[in-house]
Design a protein around this ligand. Structure first.
Ligand code: NAD
Length: 230
C-alpha cells in the first residue's frame, strides 16, 4: 500500500512565484491592512475596495507560474498517496499538476454568491464587477474565506491528519487559526518535516526535521529523497 503524505502549504510556497506573503510584509497584504480588505466587516463597509483588492490579487495569480516546489509536489503525487492541504487561495498547485488539493481558505479563481456560500462559479475573466449577480440575485464576491469567517473545510482536514504516514509543512507561519492546529493532529511518532527559510517560532512537534531553506530549494531535495527511499 502506498504511504500517505500530507503536505500543508502556506503563502511561503508561492513567494518565489511572485505572490507576496503576509509575514514578510509585517502583517500587511500588498500594502493593505487585512482588516480593510479581508474581513466580512470590510465587505459590508466598502465592497468596492474589497472587490478591487481581490481583482488585483487575481490578476497576479493568473500571471504567476508554479515554481520548483509546486512542481516537485506534483511529482511526489505520482509515487505516494498525497494530499495537499493549502491555506493559499492561488491555483499554483493545480497549475503544477497536483490533483488532490484541499483549499482551506477558498480559491480566488472562483466567485461565489454572497447569499449562499455553496454557489460557486469558475471565473472566465480576471475580475468580478460590482453589479454581477449570482442566480439568486445577490452580488458575486471572491470565493475566499475572510478573517472572522468559518472555515468549512477544516473538519475534513482534521479528519485526514491522523491518517498521514508523513507530514510536510511548507511556507506557513502557523499564525492563522484554525489551520495552525492541524500539525498536532498527526499521529504521535509520524515523521514531520518543515521547510521555511525562517522557521516560525511556534510550538512544533519534538521530532520535526527543520529544513531552513526556501521552498524552491528544500522541497525538491526532500521529494527526491522520499522517492528514492519509497
Ligand atoms: P504567512 O505570510 O503568515 O507566512 C509565510 C511563511 O512563509 C513564513 O513563515 C515565511 O518565513 C515563509 N516563507 C517566505 N518565503 C518563503 C520561501 N521562499 N519558501 C518557503 N517559505 C517561505 O503565510 P500563511 O501562514 O500561509 O498565512 C497567510 C494567510 O494569508 C493564509 O491564510 C492565506 O490564505 C493568505 N495568503 C495567501 C496567499 C496566496 O494564496 N499565495 C498569499 C498571501 C496570503
Amino acid at each position: 500500500m502506498k504511504k500517505k503524505i500530507i503536505i500543508l502549504t502556506g503563502a511561503g510556497i508561492s513567494a518565489e512565484s511572485g505572490l507576496q506573503t503576509f509575514r514578510d510584509a509585517d502583517g500587511l497584504w500588498e500594502g493593505y491592512n487585512v482588516e480593510d480588505v479581508a474581513t466580512p466587516e470590510a465587505w459590508a463597509r466598502n465592497p468596492v475596495l474589497v472587490q478591487n483588492f481581490y481583482n488585483e490579487r487575481r490578476k497576479a495569480v493568473l500571471e504567476a507560474k508554479p515554481n520548483a516546489a509546486h512542481l516537485a509536489l506534483a511529482e511526489l503525487e505520482k509515487h505516494f498517496g498525497t494530499l495537499i492541504i493549502t491555506q493559499n487561495i492561488d491555483d499554483l498547485h493545480e497549475k503544477a499538476g497536483s490533483k488532490v488539493v484541499m483549499h482551506l481558505h477558498g480559491e480566488i479563481v472562483y466567485s461565489r454568491s454572497s447569499k449562499n456560500a455553496a454557489l460557486l462559479y469558475k471565473l472566465q475573466k480576471p475580475t468580478i464587477e460590482m453589479g454581477e449577480l449570482c442566480e439568486l440575485g445577490s452580488q458575486l464576491r471572491p470565493h475566499v474565506v475572510w478573517f472572522g469567517e468559518a472555515v468549512p473545510m477544516i473538519s475534513k482536514a482534521m479528519h485526514e491528519m491522523p491518517q498521514a504516514d508523513i507530514v510536510i509543512l511548507v511556507g506557513s507561519s502557523l499564525a492563522v487559526y484554525p489551520a495552525s492546529g492541524l500539525l498536532e493532529l498527526a499521529k504521535p511518532g509520524t515523521p514531520v518535516y518543515i521547510i521555511d527559510p525562517k522557521i516560525p517560532n511556534v510550538n512544533l512537534p519534538k521530532n520535526i526535521v527543520k529544513i531552513e531553506e526556501k521552498a524552491s530549494v528544500g522541497v525538491p531535495v526532500l521529494v527526491s529523497e522520499l522517492i528514492k527511499n519509497e
